[in-house]
Design a protein. Structure first.
Length: 161
C-alpha cells in the first residue's frame, strides 16, 4: 500500500513546496500539493471539498509554516481539518515564526532557508521511516487477516461445530 502525504502551504512558498514535492516523489511517496496535484484535476468542483478529500486520503499532513505563511487562513483550515480527521501532522517551521498557541504542541522540523537541502534530507529520512512503518503495519494486518481466515476455515471444517 502506498504512503501518502498532503502538503499544506501558502502560495508565497511555492518554490520551497516544489522542492519538497520533488524530494517526496523521488522517495516514492505519493504526494498531494494544491498547485501540483489538486488544481489541475478540479473540473468545476469545490476546492474545499477537493482539499478535504485529499487530506482524508493522506497518511500524513506536512505543513510548511514560514513568516510569510503564518497569516494564511487556508493553512489553518487544513490543520483543523487534519486534526478533525485524526491525521498526524508535521510542521516545517521557519525560525522565529510565531506559532499560535493552538498548534504549539505539534511536532516540527526547523526549516533552514540558507541550506534547504539539509531540511529536505531530514524530511526525506522521516518520510522513508514513516512509509516503512506503514508498510510493516499493513503487512502485519495482512498476516493477522490470513491467520484469522485460516482459524475460521479450521473451525468450519472441525467436528466440534
Amino acid at each position: 500500500m502506498t504512503f501518502t502525504v498532503y502538503i499544506s502551504y501558502s502560495q508565497k512558498n511555492k518554490e520551497l513546496v516544489n522542492l519538497l514535492y520533488s524530494v517526496l516523489k523521488q522517495n516514492s511517496i505519493n504526494t498531494y500539493a494544491l498547485d501540483v496535484t489538486i488544481l489541475p484535476r478540479i473540473e468545476g468542483g469545490s476546492l474545499s471539498n477537493e482539499i478535504q478529500r485529499y487530506i482524508k486520503s493522506s497518511d500524513y499532513v506536512f505543513v510548511l509554516l514560514t513568516k510569510d505563511a503564518i497569516g494564511s487562513a487556508n493553512i489553518f483550515f487544513e490543520i483543523g481539518l487534519a486534526r478533525a480527521l485524526s491525521k498526524p501532522i508535521l510542521l516545517i517551521i521557519e525560525p522565529d515564526t510565531k506559532l499560535p498557541h493552538e498548534i504549539k504542541d505539534l511536532p516540527y522540523i526547523t526549516l533552514n532557508r540558507e541550506n534547504p537541502s539539509s531540511t529536505l534530507e531530514q524530511i526525506r529520512q522521516l518520510s522513508s521511516n514513516l512509509r516503512s512503518q506503514k508498510e510493516a503495519g499493513d503487512a502485519a494486518m495482512g498476516i493477522l487477516f490470513l491467520l484469522g481466515a485460516l482459524a475460521f476455515f479450521a473451525w468450519l471444517s472441525s467436528d466440534k461445530r
